[in-house]
Write a protein that binds this ligand. Sequence first.
Ligand SMILES: [Zn+2]
Length: 257
Amino acid sequence: MSIAIVAVFGLLWGSFTNVLIARVPEGANWVSDSSHCPRCGTDIRWFDNVPLLSFVVLGGRCRACRERISWRYPLVEVLVAALWVAVYLEWGLSVTTLAFAYLAVVSVALVFIDLDVKRLPFSLVLPSYAVMAVLLGIEIALGEGGNWWMLFVGAGILGGFYGGLWLVYPQGMGFGDVVAAGLLGLAAGFLGWGPLAVAAIAGPLLGGVVVVVGLISGRLKRKSAVPYGPMLIAGAWLGFLGGDAISSAYLGMLGVG
Ligand SMILES: [Zn+2]
């Protein structure tokens, strides 16, 4: 029952995530503007804006002009809801869950903004440092989670790694990737060394796989610019949710775990 409630709230916040994706890059006022159809401009009424359900009921089309609505909207909602359920299953009712539920919204927004406009806006990433540091700091003060300095170690390792890459090969990634990596590293550091290691390694691995598959299938040209944010963020979440299990399995395989 509680999982269903978390999923419903995840869908609602996924709906808000769609608003962020649409409006953060253009700097529009995402608090007070109302949603409208991009083709006919008709305001979307609240009953046509129920996450997932409205998309299904309307057959994926605008009620007024029958313009197709992108499948991305329900996808974003389902992604946020799925992450929320995973976070809840991992950390229960806790400040840690609150922090990572927040980070899930920011992460999904950043993935799609990066795909759209090829950048990770500071206006979303920088305030998130403060939010995550405060929430995770509260959790550490409550005696949950590890040492406070692991937040800095995590941010330093991931931010430093990508900062180094950016310095030697600035064409390869944007400075936005470096700043976002620091934020994800801060969160991974809170969870410990296993999640931090997996978060650091999984991003480049995923990136390599995507580029190789893209080149072989011909969907990527040698000089195509591939936004790295989605891989960075997916790798980090692999670390958050599976880092302990993956790192101990790996160490066990080596015979040292
Ligand atoms: Zn319309």
